[in-house]
Ligand binder design. Structure first.
Ligand code: IDP
Length: 131
């Protein structure tokens, strides 16, 4: 069965949105198979976001994701990678549809509440990195 890596980012944890996010995935019919609260090291953050290392916002992104605890999860189910991306909404919350997680709870691209793998290959890599 397909798996994906989902993470409530430090802003989502501070705003006490873990329960809301877990509930949306459970109600959609996905299965939570592992989860942990953790603070990410800079090394893990730089590895996780390696594809953005040449972007102007990279430093800010690493600072933010290591700024407080995150809630890391593995979810399982049919087409869970693509379905999770739809449930999350677009990267920039200003374009995210109402009803999506980012569309309902975020306004700023730097603090957009949630991460979800963008492909099955990324999911495999990210699950190995975090679990
Ligand atoms: P994704 O999280 O929707 O997969 P990516 O393009 O992989 O989006 O970007 C990773 C994260 O980097 C985003 O979730 C967002 O928090 C942050 N990010 C993307 N673009 C910008 C930007 O222009 N300024 C600040 N942060 C950004």
């Amino acid at each position: 069965m397909e798996k994906t890596f989902i993470m409530v980012k430090p802003d989502g944890v501070k705003r006490q949105l873990i329960g809301e996010i877990v509930s949306r995935f459970e109600k959609r019919g996905f299965l939570l198979t592992d989860a942990k609260m953790m603070t990410i090291s800079r090394e893990t953050a730089e590895n996780h976001y390696g594809e953005h290392s040449d972007k102007p916002f990279f430093g800010e992104l690493v600072d933010f994701i290591t700024s407080g605890p995150v809630f890391a999860m593995i979810w399982e189910g049919e087409n869970v990678v693509e379905n999770a991306r739809t449930m999350m909404g677009t990267t920039n919350p200003k374009d995210a549809a109402p009803g999506s997680i980012r569309g309902d709870y975020a306004v700023n691209v730097g603090q957009n509440i949630i991460h979800g793998s963008d492909s099955t290959e990324s999911a495999e890599r990210e699950i190995a990195l975090f679990f």
